[in-house]
Design a protein around this ligand. Structure first.
Ligand SMILES: [Zn+2]
Length: 86
């Protein structure tokens, strides 16, 4: 079964309509005292969780909205209640 993703505007659609935008890393680091190394780590290093992680997606073949979902990276399925998968 292929991945389906729930767009907040359009509803549940085939995963081929979307483009992965990366892991949700939380807020940007504070600019005060920010070093090039810390910024590089924030931009380029990923946790690559084997399990449920929060991710950015864009509905590229639909409304164009950016949004986050929780996806189980092992089963490649959207998870509506991530707290139930721990
Ligand atoms: Zn949409």
């Amino acid at each position: 079964m292929s991945l389906t993703i729930t767009c907040p505007i359009c509803g549940k659609r085939d995963g081929y309509e979307f483009r992965f935008g990366g892991e949700d890393k939380g807020p940007r680091p504070d600019e005060d005292g920010l070093t090039p190394q810390r910024w590089c780590e924030y931009v380029h290093l990923n946790e690559c969780v084997a399990g449920v992680q929060k991710e950015w997606w864009v509905h590229k073949d639909g409304c164009g909205s950016w949004f986050t979902i929780h996806r189980d990276s092992v089963m490649n399925v959207e998870v509506a209640t991530p707290e139930a998968h721990k």
